[in-house]
Design a binder for this molecule. Structure first.
Ligand code: ASP
Ligand code: MG
Length: 412
Protein backbone atom coordinates (compact mmCIF):
# COMPACT_ATOMS: atom_id res chain seq x y z
CA UNK A 1 0.00 0.00 0.00
CA UNK A 2 1.42 3.32 -1.09
CA UNK A 3 0.87 6.88 0.00
CA UNK A 4 0.38 9.03 -3.07
CA UNK A 5 -0.11 12.77 -3.39
CA UNK A 6 -2.02 13.62 -6.56
CA UNK A 7 -2.24 17.15 -7.87
CA UNK A 8 -4.85 18.12 -10.46
CA UNK A 9 -4.42 21.41 -12.32
CA UNK A 10 -7.00 23.97 -13.38
CA UNK A 11 -8.02 22.37 -16.67
CA UNK A 12 -8.44 18.98 -14.95
CA UNK A 13 -11.01 20.50 -12.58
CA UNK A 14 -12.28 23.10 -15.04
CA UNK A 15 -15.88 21.86 -15.12
CA UNK A 16 -18.21 19.86 -12.89
CA UNK A 17 -17.93 16.94 -15.34
CA UNK A 18 -14.15 16.97 -15.06
CA UNK A 19 -14.30 17.11 -11.27
CA UNK A 20 -16.50 14.03 -11.44
CA UNK A 21 -13.97 12.32 -13.69
CA UNK A 22 -11.23 13.18 -11.21
CA UNK A 23 -13.36 11.71 -8.41
CA UNK A 24 -13.74 8.48 -10.41
CA UNK A 25 -10.02 8.32 -10.90
CA UNK A 26 -9.24 8.92 -7.24
CA UNK A 27 -11.82 6.30 -6.32
CA UNK A 28 -10.00 3.69 -8.42
CA UNK A 29 -6.70 4.41 -6.67
CA UNK A 30 -8.45 4.19 -3.33
CA UNK A 31 -9.93 0.83 -4.28
CA UNK A 32 -6.39 -0.39 -4.98
CA UNK A 33 -5.69 0.26 -1.33
CA UNK A 34 -3.50 3.33 -1.69
CA UNK A 35 -3.70 6.25 0.69
CA UNK A 36 -4.48 9.36 -1.31
CA UNK A 37 -4.01 13.04 -0.68
CA UNK A 38 -5.34 15.19 -3.51
CA UNK A 39 -4.24 18.76 -4.17
CA UNK A 40 -6.32 20.82 -6.57
CA UNK A 41 -6.00 24.13 -8.36
CA UNK A 42 -8.84 26.53 -8.96
CA UNK A 43 -11.06 25.85 -11.98
CA UNK A 44 -9.22 27.02 -15.09
CA UNK A 45 -9.56 30.75 -15.67
CA UNK A 46 -10.81 31.36 -12.14
CA UNK A 47 -7.61 32.80 -10.67
CA UNK A 48 -7.33 35.19 -13.61
CA UNK A 49 -10.94 36.21 -13.18
CA UNK A 50 -10.41 36.97 -9.49
CA UNK A 51 -7.23 38.95 -10.09
CA UNK A 52 -9.05 40.94 -12.71
CA UNK A 53 -11.86 41.79 -10.27
CA UNK A 54 -9.31 42.94 -7.71
CA UNK A 55 -7.65 45.20 -10.26
CA UNK A 56 -10.96 46.84 -11.12
CA UNK A 57 -11.38 48.24 -7.61
CA UNK A 58 -7.69 48.99 -7.03
CA UNK A 59 -6.62 51.01 -10.03
CA UNK A 60 -4.72 48.00 -11.26
CA UNK A 61 -2.66 47.60 -8.06
CA UNK A 62 -4.49 45.46 -5.50
CA UNK A 63 -3.17 45.37 -1.93
CA UNK A 64 -1.28 42.03 -1.79
CA UNK A 65 -2.79 40.87 1.51
CA UNK A 66 -6.35 41.33 0.28
CA UNK A 67 -5.52 39.87 -3.12
CA UNK A 68 -4.43 36.67 -1.35
CA UNK A 69 -7.65 36.57 0.68
CA UNK A 70 -9.54 36.68 -2.57
CA UNK A 71 -7.61 34.49 -5.00
CA UNK A 72 -7.35 31.72 -2.43
CA UNK A 73 -11.12 31.25 -2.75
CA UNK A 74 -10.68 29.68 -6.19
CA UNK A 75 -9.09 26.60 -4.68
CA UNK A 76 -11.56 26.56 -1.79
CA UNK A 77 -14.36 25.94 -4.29
CA UNK A 78 -12.65 23.04 -6.02
CA UNK A 79 -11.61 21.20 -2.84
CA UNK A 80 -15.19 21.22 -1.59
CA UNK A 81 -16.59 20.13 -4.95
CA UNK A 82 -14.14 17.27 -5.24
CA UNK A 83 -14.76 16.11 -1.67
CA UNK A 84 -18.51 16.15 -2.34
CA UNK A 85 -18.08 14.21 -5.59
CA UNK A 86 -16.02 11.60 -3.74
CA UNK A 87 -18.49 11.27 -0.87
CA UNK A 88 -21.28 10.97 -3.46
CA UNK A 89 -19.40 7.94 -4.82
CA UNK A 90 -19.15 6.32 -1.41
CA UNK A 91 -15.53 7.36 -0.88
CA UNK A 92 -15.02 8.97 2.52
CA UNK A 93 -13.31 12.30 1.91
CA UNK A 94 -12.61 15.60 3.61
CA UNK A 95 -11.32 18.91 2.31
CA UNK A 96 -8.99 21.42 3.93
CA UNK A 97 -7.78 24.89 3.06
CA UNK A 98 -4.09 25.68 3.52
CA UNK A 99 -4.90 27.38 6.79
CA UNK A 100 -6.81 24.35 8.11
CA UNK A 101 -3.99 21.92 7.36
CA UNK A 102 -1.66 24.54 8.52
CA UNK A 103 0.65 25.05 5.66
CA UNK A 104 2.80 27.67 7.31
CA UNK A 105 4.46 30.18 4.99
CA UNK A 106 6.43 33.40 5.28
CA UNK A 107 4.48 36.63 4.89
CA UNK A 108 5.51 37.47 1.31
CA UNK A 109 1.98 37.88 -0.02
CA UNK A 110 1.37 36.61 -3.58
CA UNK A 111 4.74 34.81 -3.61
CA UNK A 112 5.03 33.22 -0.19
CA UNK A 113 7.34 30.32 0.58
CA UNK A 114 6.29 27.28 2.56
CA UNK A 115 8.14 27.02 5.88
CA UNK A 116 6.45 24.07 7.54
CA UNK A 117 3.51 21.72 7.16
CA UNK A 118 1.60 20.23 10.05
CA UNK A 119 0.78 16.70 8.91
CA UNK A 120 -1.13 15.57 12.02
CA UNK A 121 -4.63 16.23 10.75
CA UNK A 122 -3.99 14.66 7.35
CA UNK A 123 -2.40 11.58 8.90
CA UNK A 124 -5.35 11.09 11.22
CA UNK A 125 -7.78 11.30 8.29
CA UNK A 126 -5.76 8.87 6.19
CA UNK A 127 -5.71 6.47 9.09
CA UNK A 128 -9.47 6.76 9.33
CA UNK A 129 -9.69 5.75 5.66
CA UNK A 130 -10.45 9.15 4.19
CA UNK A 131 -9.18 10.73 1.03
CA UNK A 132 -7.83 14.14 2.01
CA UNK A 133 -8.37 16.98 -0.45
CA UNK A 134 -6.13 20.01 0.07
CA UNK A 135 -6.30 23.44 -1.54
CA UNK A 136 -3.26 24.16 -3.62
CA UNK A 137 -1.48 27.50 -3.96
CA UNK A 138 -2.24 28.77 -0.45
CA UNK A 139 -0.97 28.85 3.08
CA UNK A 140 -1.04 30.97 6.18
CA UNK A 141 1.63 33.07 7.88
CA UNK A 142 2.54 33.19 11.60
CA UNK A 143 -0.07 35.91 12.16
CA UNK A 144 -2.85 33.91 10.54
CA UNK A 145 -2.94 35.91 7.30
CA UNK A 146 -3.83 33.94 4.19
CA UNK A 147 -0.95 33.80 1.72
CA UNK A 148 -0.52 32.43 -1.80
CA UNK A 149 2.51 30.83 -3.39
CA UNK A 150 2.72 32.50 -6.80
CA UNK A 151 1.11 31.49 -10.09
CA UNK A 152 1.24 27.77 -10.65
CA UNK A 153 1.82 27.32 -6.92
CA UNK A 154 -0.40 24.26 -6.54
CA UNK A 155 2.44 22.16 -7.92
CA UNK A 156 4.55 23.31 -5.02
CA UNK A 157 1.78 22.53 -2.54
CA UNK A 158 1.65 19.00 -3.94
CA UNK A 159 5.38 18.46 -3.70
CA UNK A 160 5.63 20.04 -0.24
CA UNK A 161 2.84 17.82 1.07
CA UNK A 162 4.49 14.77 -0.47
CA UNK A 163 7.75 15.71 1.25
CA UNK A 164 6.07 16.32 4.61
CA UNK A 165 4.14 13.05 4.43
CA UNK A 166 7.10 11.13 2.97
CA UNK A 167 4.79 10.02 0.20
CA UNK A 168 5.91 7.32 -2.22
CA UNK A 169 5.22 9.56 -5.19
CA UNK A 170 3.86 12.97 -6.07
CA UNK A 171 1.77 12.72 -9.23
CA UNK A 172 1.10 15.90 -11.16
CA UNK A 173 -1.94 15.40 -13.40
CA UNK A 174 -2.22 17.85 -16.24
CA UNK A 175 -3.31 18.28 -19.85
CA UNK A 176 -0.18 16.76 -21.36
CA UNK A 177 0.92 13.15 -20.95
CA UNK A 178 4.42 13.92 -19.72
CA UNK A 179 7.54 15.95 -20.24
CA UNK A 180 8.69 16.05 -23.86
CA UNK A 181 12.13 16.30 -25.44
CA UNK A 182 10.92 19.65 -26.77
CA UNK A 183 7.66 21.39 -27.59
CA UNK A 184 5.70 19.01 -29.88
CA UNK A 185 4.11 22.01 -31.58
CA UNK A 186 7.53 22.92 -32.91
CA UNK A 187 8.86 19.42 -33.44
CA UNK A 188 6.09 16.93 -34.26
CA UNK A 189 8.55 14.12 -33.64
CA UNK A 190 9.23 15.19 -30.07
CA UNK A 191 9.13 12.27 -27.66
CA UNK A 192 7.74 11.84 -24.19
CA UNK A 193 10.61 11.21 -21.79
CA UNK A 194 10.31 8.17 -19.53
CA UNK A 195 12.60 9.79 -17.01
CA UNK A 196 14.42 13.02 -16.43
CA UNK A 197 16.52 14.23 -13.49
CA UNK A 198 15.48 17.11 -11.21
CA UNK A 199 18.45 19.09 -12.45
CA UNK A 200 17.51 18.68 -16.09
CA UNK A 201 13.87 19.43 -15.39
CA UNK A 202 14.89 22.59 -13.61
CA UNK A 203 16.81 23.74 -16.67
CA UNK A 204 13.95 22.80 -18.99
CA UNK A 205 11.44 24.57 -16.74
CA UNK A 206 13.46 27.74 -16.34
CA UNK A 207 14.04 27.79 -20.07
CA UNK A 208 10.37 27.97 -20.77
CA UNK A 209 9.00 24.44 -20.71
CA UNK A 210 5.94 25.28 -18.65
CA UNK A 211 4.75 21.93 -17.36
CA UNK A 212 5.70 22.53 -13.72
CA UNK A 213 6.21 25.52 -11.49
CA UNK A 214 9.99 25.89 -11.13
CA UNK A 215 9.83 26.13 -7.38
CA UNK A 216 8.08 22.76 -7.17
CA UNK A 217 10.95 21.11 -9.02
CA UNK A 218 13.51 22.75 -6.72
CA UNK A 219 11.53 21.54 -3.75
CA UNK A 220 11.24 18.01 -5.11
CA UNK A 221 14.98 17.89 -5.77
CA UNK A 222 15.85 19.20 -2.33
CA UNK A 223 13.70 16.65 -0.53
CA UNK A 224 14.10 13.91 -3.12
CA UNK A 225 10.39 13.51 -3.78
CA UNK A 226 9.79 11.31 -6.84
CA UNK A 227 7.63 13.41 -9.12
CA UNK A 228 5.57 12.11 -12.01
CA UNK A 229 3.84 14.18 -14.68
CA UNK A 230 0.78 12.43 -16.12
CA UNK A 231 -2.24 13.14 -18.28
CA UNK A 232 -5.39 13.58 -16.19
CA UNK A 233 -7.70 11.64 -18.45
CA UNK A 234 -5.49 9.38 -20.56
CA UNK A 235 -3.79 6.21 -19.40
CA UNK A 236 -0.01 6.10 -19.51
CA UNK A 237 3.13 6.09 -17.39
CA UNK A 238 3.88 9.82 -17.85
CA UNK A 239 7.36 11.12 -17.06
CA UNK A 240 9.19 10.35 -13.84
CA UNK A 241 11.43 13.08 -12.45
CA UNK A 242 14.03 11.70 -10.06
CA UNK A 243 17.47 12.09 -8.59
CA UNK A 244 19.31 9.22 -10.19
CA UNK A 245 21.25 9.51 -13.39
CA UNK A 246 21.35 6.09 -14.89
CA UNK A 247 24.53 5.45 -16.79
CA UNK A 248 23.25 3.40 -19.63
CA UNK A 249 24.60 3.08 -23.13
CA UNK A 250 21.28 3.83 -24.75
CA UNK A 251 20.76 6.92 -22.66
CA UNK A 252 20.91 9.92 -24.99
CA UNK A 253 23.47 12.55 -24.11
CA UNK A 254 20.89 15.27 -24.45
CA UNK A 255 17.54 14.92 -22.70
CA UNK A 256 15.79 17.88 -24.20
CA UNK A 257 15.88 21.09 -26.13
CA UNK A 258 14.42 24.18 -24.54
CA UNK A 259 13.87 27.53 -26.14
CA UNK A 260 12.78 30.97 -25.26
CA UNK A 261 11.49 33.72 -27.51
CA UNK A 262 11.13 36.33 -24.80
CA UNK A 263 14.67 37.63 -24.97
CA UNK A 264 16.23 40.83 -26.19
CA UNK A 265 19.86 41.72 -26.72
CA UNK A 266 21.71 44.96 -25.96
CA UNK A 267 25.22 45.94 -26.98
CA UNK A 268 27.28 48.87 -25.83
CA UNK A 269 30.12 49.63 -28.20
CA UNK A 270 33.52 51.18 -27.65
CA UNK A 271 33.60 50.69 -23.91
CA UNK A 272 36.89 51.79 -22.31
CA UNK A 273 38.62 48.51 -21.47
CA UNK A 274 39.47 49.23 -17.85
CA UNK A 275 38.93 47.41 -14.54
CA UNK A 276 35.41 47.78 -13.17
CA UNK A 277 33.74 48.40 -16.48
CA UNK A 278 31.43 45.39 -16.30
CA UNK A 279 30.22 46.62 -12.95
CA UNK A 280 29.71 50.13 -14.30
CA UNK A 281 27.52 48.73 -17.05
CA UNK A 282 25.58 46.07 -15.18
CA UNK A 283 25.37 47.80 -11.79
CA UNK A 284 22.75 50.33 -12.94
CA UNK A 285 20.88 47.57 -14.81
CA UNK A 286 20.55 45.49 -11.69
CA UNK A 287 19.73 48.60 -9.62
CA UNK A 288 16.80 49.08 -11.99
CA UNK A 289 15.69 45.55 -11.08
CA UNK A 290 16.29 44.21 -14.55
CA UNK A 291 17.43 40.64 -14.67
CA UNK A 292 20.31 39.90 -16.99
CA UNK A 293 20.63 36.48 -18.58
CA UNK A 294 23.60 35.95 -20.92
CA UNK A 295 26.64 38.22 -20.89
CA UNK A 296 29.46 38.48 -23.41
CA UNK A 297 32.40 40.84 -23.29
CA UNK A 298 34.62 40.83 -26.33
CA UNK A 299 38.39 40.74 -26.27
CA UNK A 300 39.47 44.37 -26.27
CA UNK A 301 41.38 46.09 -29.01
CA UNK A 302 42.60 49.70 -29.17
CA UNK A 303 41.77 49.91 -25.46
CA UNK A 304 38.05 49.55 -26.04
CA UNK A 305 35.70 46.62 -26.09
CA UNK A 306 32.09 45.71 -26.92
CA UNK A 307 29.81 44.44 -24.19
CA UNK A 308 26.61 42.53 -24.89
CA UNK A 309 23.93 41.04 -22.67
CA UNK A 310 20.37 39.74 -22.89
CA UNK A 311 17.29 40.62 -20.84
CA UNK A 312 13.63 39.65 -20.90
CA UNK A 313 11.94 41.27 -23.86
CA UNK A 314 9.55 43.13 -21.54
CA UNK A 315 12.53 44.85 -19.96
CA UNK A 316 14.14 45.88 -23.23
CA UNK A 317 12.97 49.50 -23.29
CA UNK A 318 13.99 50.04 -19.66
CA UNK A 319 17.37 48.45 -20.15
CA UNK A 320 18.01 50.53 -23.25
CA UNK A 321 17.37 53.74 -21.33
CA UNK A 322 19.68 52.71 -18.50
CA UNK A 323 22.39 51.69 -20.93
CA UNK A 324 22.26 54.91 -22.95
CA UNK A 325 22.80 56.82 -19.72
CA UNK A 326 25.73 54.65 -18.80
CA UNK A 327 27.27 55.04 -22.26
CA UNK A 328 27.24 58.82 -21.86
CA UNK A 329 28.70 58.64 -18.37
CA UNK A 330 31.58 56.33 -19.16
CA UNK A 331 32.34 57.76 -22.57
CA UNK A 332 31.43 54.65 -24.51
CA UNK A 333 30.21 54.49 -28.08
CA UNK A 334 26.77 53.71 -29.42
CA UNK A 335 24.19 51.43 -27.83
CA UNK A 336 22.44 49.01 -30.14
CA UNK A 337 19.75 46.49 -29.43
CA UNK A 338 17.76 43.72 -31.00
CA UNK A 339 14.45 42.26 -29.85
CA UNK A 340 14.22 39.73 -32.65
CA UNK A 341 16.38 37.11 -31.04
CA UNK A 342 15.69 33.79 -29.37
CA UNK A 343 17.59 31.46 -27.12
CA UNK A 344 17.92 27.74 -27.78
CA UNK A 345 19.44 25.38 -25.25
CA UNK A 346 20.36 21.74 -25.21
CA UNK A 347 20.04 20.16 -21.78
CA UNK A 348 21.38 16.87 -20.49
CA UNK A 349 23.34 15.38 -17.59
CA UNK A 350 25.04 13.20 -20.21
CA UNK A 351 27.17 16.22 -21.08
CA UNK A 352 29.20 15.68 -17.96
CA UNK A 353 30.64 12.47 -19.28
CA UNK A 354 30.77 13.24 -23.00
CA UNK A 355 33.06 15.58 -24.85
CA UNK A 356 32.20 17.42 -28.03
CA UNK A 357 28.57 18.09 -27.25
CA UNK A 358 28.81 21.83 -27.88
CA UNK A 359 30.63 21.39 -31.18
CA UNK A 360 28.01 18.92 -32.32
CA UNK A 361 25.43 21.60 -31.58
CA UNK A 362 27.34 24.24 -33.51
CA UNK A 363 27.81 21.88 -36.43
CA UNK A 364 24.08 21.19 -36.64
CA UNK A 365 23.35 24.92 -36.66
CA UNK A 366 26.07 25.60 -39.21
CA UNK A 367 24.57 23.03 -41.57
CA UNK A 368 21.39 25.08 -41.55
CA UNK A 369 23.40 28.30 -42.02
CA UNK A 370 22.12 29.65 -38.73
CA UNK A 371 24.37 32.29 -37.26
CA UNK A 372 25.15 32.03 -33.56
CA UNK A 373 25.22 35.44 -31.89
CA UNK A 374 26.03 34.46 -28.32
CA UNK A 375 26.96 31.28 -26.48
CA UNK A 376 26.83 30.31 -22.84
CA UNK A 377 27.43 27.01 -21.15
CA UNK A 378 26.90 25.35 -17.80
CA UNK A 379 27.62 21.85 -16.60
CA UNK A 380 24.50 20.36 -18.15
CA UNK A 381 23.46 22.99 -20.69
CA UNK A 382 24.64 24.83 -23.79
CA UNK A 383 22.64 27.87 -24.87
CA UNK A 384 22.91 29.96 -28.00
CA UNK A 385 21.25 33.17 -29.08
CA UNK A 386 20.12 33.24 -32.69
CA UNK A 387 17.84 35.29 -34.90
CA UNK A 388 14.27 34.60 -33.86
CA UNK A 389 13.12 33.70 -37.35
CA UNK A 390 15.42 30.65 -37.32
CA UNK A 391 14.21 29.37 -33.97
CA UNK A 392 12.00 26.55 -35.18
CA UNK A 393 14.51 25.43 -37.77
CA UNK A 394 17.23 25.37 -35.12
CA UNK A 395 15.17 23.37 -32.65
CA UNK A 396 14.27 20.82 -35.31
CA UNK A 397 17.84 20.50 -36.53
CA UNK A 398 19.13 19.97 -33.00
CA UNK A 399 16.40 17.50 -32.18
CA UNK A 400 17.52 15.41 -35.13
CA UNK A 401 21.26 15.90 -34.57
CA UNK A 402 21.02 14.64 -31.01
CA UNK A 403 18.91 11.66 -32.05
CA UNK A 404 15.84 12.67 -30.13
CA UNK A 405 13.31 12.23 -32.96
CA UNK A 406 10.62 9.69 -32.28
CA UNK A 407 11.10 6.75 -34.63
CA UNK A 408 7.50 5.67 -34.72
CA UNK A 409 5.76 8.89 -35.57
CA UNK A 410 5.38 10.46 -38.98
CA UNK A 411 6.98 13.84 -39.30
CA UNK A 412 4.21 16.21 -40.26
N1 ASP B 1 -4.75 28.71 -9.31
C1 ASP B 1 -3.40 29.18 -9.25
C2 ASP B 1 -2.98 29.74 -10.59
O1 ASP B 1 -3.77 29.80 -11.51
C3 ASP B 1 -2.45 28.13 -8.77
C4 ASP B 1 -2.31 26.92 -9.66
O2 ASP B 1 -3.17 26.67 -10.50
O3 ASP B 1 -1.34 26.19 -9.51
O4 ASP B 1 -1.87 30.16 -10.74
MG1 MG C 1 0.03 24.68 -13.52
Amino acid sequence: MALIVQKFGGTSVGTVERIQQVAEKVKKFRENGDDIVVVVSAMSGETNRLIDLAKQVSDGQPVPRELDVMVSTGEQVTIALLAMALIQRGVPAISYTGNQVRILTDNAHTKARILQIDDARIRADLKAGRVVVVAGFQGVDEQGNITTLGRGGSDTTGVALAAALKADECQIYTDVDGVYTTDPRVVPRARRLEKITFEEMLEMASLGSKVLQIRSVEFAGKYNVPLRVLHSFQEGPGTLITLDEEESMEQPIISGIAFNRDEAKLTIRGVPDTPGVAFKILGPVSAANIEVDMIVQNVGHDNTTDFTFTVHRNEYANALKVLENTAREIGAGEVIGNTEIAKVSIVGVGMRSHAGVASRMFEALAKESINIQMISTSEIKVSVVIEEKYLELAVRALHTAFELDAPDRQAE
